[in-house]
Design a protein around this ligand. Structure first.
Ligand code: ADP
Ligand code: MG
Length: 238
């Protein structure tokens, strides 16, 4: 189970308020999309959930337990970065094994999980390649696979399609939606693209300038936007 509660979460960078009080409940197995213009604080919020950055204020609870003192590796949360962040000198297999080994899993278990993830993401023929020998879409699948082998309860994806060309984007988007169904975990997906948000999400969180403007289903946002910002953002062409 993975239920997240954010209570008045705040972040300052050198006196500038980047997150101005985020209150949000995310239910077990939901696919939630954070959407909003560039610079509104989406990545900052995701990094705080992952534990890669400290909060300046507020609380983040996972299944009712405060994560304030819990290090990233102990949260059961895996993050996929916009830039993939693969290790260039390791092949695909080693990239996928690295985090799982850090968790203390034995060799056979790591092997099993990699084979399962490789099958799911069609990476089996690529396991001995280096990242530089892969296309953008393949690299992105490796980055997802690397998170998958850790079997996280919570999957965070930060603009995972932004480095892909248009043709690949819809493929990988479908793969991510399928992955969410298959693994059955809670997924938070960040994008600045409202069309992507509308097609993927169970629940959309619209952010603007460090605040949440509205939370709702794609249909609710479309039919009853809370304010002009939401109406304009959701309704504007890409
Ligand atoms: P988004 O992901 O929505 O594009 P970010 O969370 O990356 O937005 O950034 C939100 C704001 O915080 C931006 O104004 C950005 O410049 C600022 N910011 C992000 N990280 C840092 C940092 N490490 N130091 C100072 N300012 C930062
Ligand atoms: Mg970002």
């Amino acid at each position: 189970m993975a239920q997240l509660s954010l209570r008045d979460v705040r972040k300052n960078f050198k006196g500038t308020e980047v997150l101005r009080g985020i209150d949000l409940e995310i239910g077990d197995r939901e696919l939630v999309v954070f959407v909003g213009p560039s610079g509104c604080g989406k990545s900052t919020l995701l990094r705080m959930i992952a534990g890669l950055d400290d909060m300046s204020g507020g609380e983040f609870l996972l299944n009712g337990v405060s994560m304030r003192e819990v290090p990233p590796s102990k949260r059961g949360i895996a993050m996929v970065f916009q830039s993939y962040a693969l290790y260039p000198h390791m092949d695909v297999y080693e990239n996928m094994a690295f985090g799982a080994r850090l968790q203390g899993l034995d060799k056979a278990e790591v092997e099993n999980r990699i084979q399962d993830a490789a099958k799911m993401l069609r990476l089996e023929p690529l396991l001995r390649r280096k990242p530089r020998e892969l296309s953008g879409g393949q690299r992105q699948r490796v980055a997802i696979g690397r998170a998958l082998v850790r079997k996280p309860e919570v999957f965070l994806l930060d603009e995972p399609l932004s480095n892909l060309d248009a043709a690949l984007r819809s493929d990988v988007r479908l793969e991510i939606a399928k992955l969410h169904q298959d693994i059955g975990g809670t997924m938070i997906y960040v994008t600045h693209d409202q069309v992507e948000a509308m097609t993927l999400a169970d629940k959309i969180v619209v952010m603007n300038a460090g605040r949440i403007e509205q939370v709702g289903s794609p249909r609710e946002l479309y039919e009853t936007p809370a304010n002009t910002f939401v109406a304009t953002f959701i309704g504007s062409p890409r």
